[in-house]
Structures are given as structure tokens and as C-alpha cells.
Design a protein around this ligand. Sequence first.
Ligand SMILES: *Cc1c(COP(=O)(O)O)cnc(C)c1O
Length: 439
Amino acid sequence: MSKLALLGGRPVRRKPFPPYRTLDQRERQAVLRVLKSGVLSKFLGVFHPDFHGGEQVQQFEQEWAKRFQVPYAVTTNSATTGLYAAIGALGIGPGDEVIVSPYTMSASASCVLAYNAIPVFVDVQPDTFCLDPDKLESAITPHTRAVVVVHLFGHPASMEAILRICRRRHLALIEDCAQAVGATYCSQPVGTLGDIGVFSLNYHKIIHAGEGGVIVTRSEELATRLRLIRNHGEAVVEHLPTINIVNTLGWNFRLTEMQAAIGLAQLGKLPGLIEARVKLADYLSGRLKAFEGLHPPKVSPGCSHVFYVYPLRYEEETVGMSRNLFVQAMQAEGIPLSQGYQKPLYLLPLYQQKVVYGAQGCPFTCGLYKGQVDYRKGLCQTAERLYERELIYHALCRPPLRFADMDDILRAVEKVYDHRQELRQLQSSIPAQDGAPLA
Ligand SMILES: *Cc1c(COP(=O)(O)O)cnc(C)c1O
């Protein structure tokens, strides 16, 4: 049995995994064409044809809408601002509550605070890591206006059950699809099942434009309101007399022509990129399930997963060593595993201290807010358990990696499992450390 790398032995893998690079001559040519045109952006924040942006922005929006089978796609400069616009477009404001998963990137909930509304956190399912529909209903109050679901790691949330509750209780549904571009639920692309879907084009998402976001909706009115929020709506609404002006104070959330041109090229690559991810993930899952105490990601019936991240559930008791020690041992073998993912959001200082706008507790202390929100530790026990003890992940199921790279992961797991006895004795002497975070 070869010596563990953690104890000075030879690692299973010495060369780093190659980075995710999806740009080629298509993006280069697209950018050059834009540069040659001399038009890097064409948005005007007034009532004018250029209110909708330039040629590339509009073409990208049309292509996106076509690919996702929706009438409207609205680009933004990030998914964060896309989520802000989504909350704003729904007319949510002071006094309102919005239900959100706590186990996600911070913007899934900060969009609610951005409009002075209150995020209410509802726990996730232990196997899909997405909002648990069984816990949704009891969190609804007379103040609840909407739900934000997150298709975490690229796996769709339980949309049928969540949609049923939202419809019955007259709640809007926003889908945060930042990690799940191209994932489907009952053959329908995520983002198109609720009222508004938001995708990210930041540099570490499945397709990217450096930064960027795309919002989709089937509602013409919402599309108009999203565009107003994106681009100085206050200067435009007087020309749109039928629009409800609530929350149409606008920002500058505009995407540039170069980003849109890159986005167009990237969109064409999406099916191939997803296919490569799924192949690698299926290969890995088929072999990892042989290791007791290590649970490969579930793909729910009727769902397709796009594996932005490849998550594993780790059972400390079964494996017989701490998650931290396992991750450290794997990292030493040359496999960059990470643990925990994001701390459940309500445990962040902003929620614990309820300090958002100014020092007076706004929006929690707002006179219009009649609810009682709870951010105590223990609120979402599944999310806390995943964060503290169970979740391990990597972002290695992606091109240009191949099955041979997956084999390195598997050989490292096998080696660490073979040394379980030895590692148990080390248990307490290894400090906690995490890999590169994903946001
Ligand atoms: C990345 C991400 C965002 C934010 O995307 P940006 O484009 O970086 O603003 C929002 N939600 C989730 C779940 C994300 O992973």
C-alpha cells in the first residue's frame, strides 16, 4: 500500500487539472467585429429606440429567448443585478417577505433586501440541496409575496410541488438559475417554469462573458418593468402611461456589446459543454457509489443536471474519519476537493446583526414590516448539517477533463479509503482548511 501524500508519500496526481477554457476564435472574431464597428455599447437611458441597447445586446436577447423557448429575455451586467431587477419588477417592497433557500450564493437573498423586503429562509432537501417544498407552506405568512428557488449546483429544484404551492397561495416565483443554465425539469428549461428566471454569465459559470446576466419571462409587462429597472426607468415611464410605476426607479445594469457578442458565441457552445459535463459526472458517479459513506449527486426523475459543481454527501460516521481529514488527504493526493460550500446565509453578520441600510436596522425595523423574522442558528438544520459536516464538492466534471482525470479522482479516493485506519489516528492533529470558494 503506497504511502499517503498527506504523510509525505507520492501523490496520486502531480500535475494540476487544466483550467476551464471555453473561449476560442469564435469569441475572438465576435469581439473584433464589435471593436471594428466602434460601438461598444448603445444604451440610452431615455425614451428612444436605443433604450433597448445595441445590435449585439438585442440579438443576444433574441437568441437566448429562442433557445429557452420564452418570449422575453433581458440582459443585465450580472445575475446579481438580474435578481435585483426581478424583485423590483414584481413590485416587492418594504413590509414584504420573500422566501429563499439559505444554502446558496449571497445574491439569491440580497436581492430581497435591495428592495427593503425581508428574506425568510426555508431549509433545503438533503439530497438535491434545493428548497424543500415540504417546508415551504409553513413559512408563508400574510406578508409573503414571492419565493426565490435556486437550482443549486446545476440540479433543478422540485418545481412541480413548489409551483403548486406558489399558485395556490398567489406567490410569485423567481428561479435563480445562475448555476443551472441548460438544466431541464420535465423537459422544460429551468428559468422558464416560474414567473422570472435569472442566469449568470460570470467567468466561472458554465458559459460566460466575463460578467453578465440574462433574465427570462413570459410576461410582457414584467419584461418592460425589467428593462425599466435595468436602464433609468424613472426617465422613461412618463412615455409608458399604462405601466405601474412602483419600483421603476432605474439603475444602470446594462451589458456591453462585446459581452453580448461573447455571450452569443458561448450560447452556441452550451449543448456541447453540458454534454461533456454530464458524461464525466455519470462516469464518476457510477464508480464513486461503491465507496461506503460517500454519496454521489442525485439526479431526480424528470430532471437533467448540468454539474456546475459536482457535490458529494459524506457520512463521517460510516467512513470513520472527519470530513476535513478526508478532504485534506484528497487535496494532498492532488485532487482539489472543497467542503461545506456556503455558510447558510442567515448566519452571515448582516442577518445576525440585522444591519443593512444605515445603522438603525432598516429594513427590519421599518414601520411597514409587521412580521417576525427568525435567523437563529438551528433554523435550517439540513443546510447547516451540509455546511458543517456533509457536503464535499469539486468543479472537475467539465471539459477539457477526460475519463482519465476522473480515474485520478477515483484512485485517490481508493487510496485514502485504504488508509482509513491510519488516518483515524491522525484525526485531531489536522487543522481545517478549505479549497477555492465558488461564488
Ligand atoms: C453566481 C451566482 C449568482 C450571481 O451571479 P453573478 O453573475 O456573479 O452576479 C447568483 N446566484 C447563484 C446561485 C450563483 O451561483
